[in-house]
Design a protein around this ligand. Sequence first.
Ligand code: SAM
Length: 243
Amino acid sequence: MPFPKDSLYANPLGEVGAFKFDEAVVKVFPDMIQRSVPGYAAIISAIGLLAGRFARDDSVCFDLGCSLGAASLAMRRQIVANNCRVVAVDCSEAMVEQCRKNLADSAVAGVDVVCADIRDIPIENASVVVLNFTLQFIPLADREAFLAKLYRGLLPGGILILSEKLAFDDPRQQELQTEMHHLFKKAQGYSELEISQKRSALENVLIPEAFAVHRQRLKSVGFSSVEVWFQYFNFASMIALKC
Ligand SMILES: C[S@@+](CC[C@H](N)C(=O)[O-])C[C@H]1O[C@@H](n2cnc3c(N)ncnc32)[C@H](O)[C@@H]1O
């Protein structure tokens, strides 16, 4: 059955409120993220493959900002390690409720879904940590301490998969990549009005940073190696490795 179509910004809203991961968003989220994030399906699929490669026996794989559990499901389907839990965390009660239903419907066992702020939960004994388009919603001032906590919680040989919308230092690149993303959304059926109202809603809510900033901060908290493994216009996914 196709997902309900995202038409949340299809009509003029007058004043556009700040974007929230509420019940209205939850209802259309699978359609919204597929049509808004170039390469989303490929990234989810690769997260599964990476988890299959990096998950260790007797460890934990975290999906932080799990939304409806797409990355958790992909990981669970690929993990062959023994006694390896997947812990999916999101602070939106509406997301968590639907995530639990999705997991039950998929008959995939072994995912614990937690409703919490990812800055507050302990991260321990992790072989895999996924932040799939979540860090961009964490206040800038909290990002370094949060990533340092993830680094400490990862086991030696562990992996952080970090997917983010990117900003660019060069104004020509910033303009071009933004334009290409908007063309991508138009090709997915979004109107100019939908694109512009959604952009207003995300202003000051989703704060993108340049790859160089991500890389520098990941290195400064301890990751020995940081690379982009996927990029499609201004959306990228990085791999950070702990020795
Ligand atoms: C763009 S969605 C992530 C998509 C999801 N990872 C996926 O692969 O489908 C961002 C999610 O992060 C969650 N989020 C944002 N800030 C959070 C925080 N401080 N703690 C927990 N979850 C958070 C939101 O509720 C939302 O569900």
